[in-house]
Design a protein around this ligand. Sequence first.
Ligand code: HSE
Length: 300
Amino acid sequence: MITVKVPATSANVGAGFDALGLALDLFNTVTFELSDKLVIASTDNTPVPTGTDNLVYRAACATFEFCGRPVPAMKILQENPIPMARGLGSSSACIVAGILGANALMGSPLSDREMLHLAAGIEGHPDNVAPALLGGFVASVMDEDAVYSVKKDISEQLAFAAFIPNFPLLTEKSRAVLPKELSYRSAVYNLSRAALATAAFCDGDYELLGVATKDAMHQQYRLPLIPGGEEIFSKAKELGALAVYISGAGPTIMAVVRRSDEAFFASANEWLTRAKEAGKNVGAFEVKHLLAANHGAVVQ
Ligand code: HSE
């Protein structure tokens, strides 16, 4: 039996739309074994498609096909603590698990680079799949079919406060609200900040992240789809977050904080509890304390 463990990921990191992402210490685990018929099931009661439309299975099929091999019947068991449709890379985790599982079942013919290309091709952009595979903070470019990525470990001094709501937001819907064109001014605003965020992660200069994660490309259009999102931005900044951004396509709002800042989590929890009691929009959110995962997906 082959077991694949894949981390959650948080894409965009503010200005780095479809380019930047980082891996977090929350892992989906998927097991694969050859079988006499296709069996797909969840081991933690998370509803998952159990037919050929299952994303782990689809990614596994694409991998067998890429290698020119017939797709064997297999048994796939999924444990999915990464919440679905919350902007924490659950679909990328499924894609990466399917590719790594299929590769392992074939005796590992593929290189890491080939698997990254396959994964980004299926997902359509590399910002979640690259950190899911590589871990840490990853800057990526898709040039035609090729993906070019640089990974940097994230300091243990950082923690990530994921404000996760109880409602989903499909990436498709969150991309549909984006404008078709951008001004030069907005393009410069974002490319300069994405460059600064990358340099800040590479240098460990996390104080720059407040400025470097500001964005003029997607967050303003997406916030109306996230009731309570704006209040979380303000509150997280007021509580001393180094940076706040919409995680991937949302609806999770991510605050980057110093790991030593226990007071941040205590205050945020208290604030959310009071908001819930008062029936406010932010009461739909819970805050989860996460750390960076500097190792990407592993096959055990
Ligand atoms: N970069 C993507 C987006 C991440 O913001 O739409 C979600 O897949």
